[in-house]
Design a protein around this ligand. Structure first.
Ligand code: HEC
Length: 149
């Protein structure tokens, strides 16, 4: 029963500041840099929700809704940001992403859907737990297919 939310939370915590700072340092291709910055923004907004859940920051429903809106917006922009199969030695994108771009786009749509559902569910701090589990699961669904780890 509790296994899924905890796994989701671990995932969210795992993409903390340390991995962010390292991830896109030294990237030369501007298209690759841009899509990595988009993904860093995904992590930042997810982190806002994670910190509220763990009471590291006060629960603020307005800010939480804004983070969900930001995630939705970023998911909308994901296919466009990745459309160009630009390469960089630092990129973690798998080349299958461009062979299966429809699937990649569908996974972005799933995240948009998850944020929309989350907005209807968010009433209190504890709601952040299942919300983060679901959203974290959507990040992971795409990463496990199209991001090298
Ligand atoms: C539809 C696919 C997809 C979804 C959904 C997705 N990502 Fe990503 N993400 C990628 C790919 C592909 C890369 C590797 C990009 C590269 O290195 O060129 C990536 C890279 C990242 C990176 C590393 C960025 C960097 O600076 O190198 C972070 C952090 C990240 N994603 C966080 C998230 C979070 C958090 C979510 C969910 C809220 C999410 N992603 C949802 C596909 C996705």
């Amino acid at each position: 029963m509790f296994k899924k939310p905890i796994l989701g939370l671990m995932f969210v915590t795992g993409i903390g500041a340390a991995s962010l700072a390292l991830a896109h340092g030294g990237v030369k291709n501007p298209i690759v840099m841009k899509r990595m910055m988009l993904m860093s923004s995904m992590a930042e907004n997810t982190k806002i929700l994670g910190q509220m859940l763990k009471s590291q920051t006060p629960f603020d429903p307005v800010q939480a809704m804004a983070a969900l809106d930001a995630l939705s917006d970023l998911a909308h922009k994901t296919p466009e940001a990745f459309k160009n199969p630009a390469q960089d030695p630092k990129s973690e994108a798998k080349s299958t992403l461009w062979d299966e771009f429809d699937t990649f786009t569908a996974l972005s749509d799933d995240l948009i859907q998850a944020t929309a559902t989350a907005k209807t569910q968010l009433k209190s701090q504890t709601d952040l737990r299942p919300i983060l589990a679901t959203i974290g699961g959507q990040c992971k669904a795409c990463h496990s297919k199209y991001r090298e780890k």
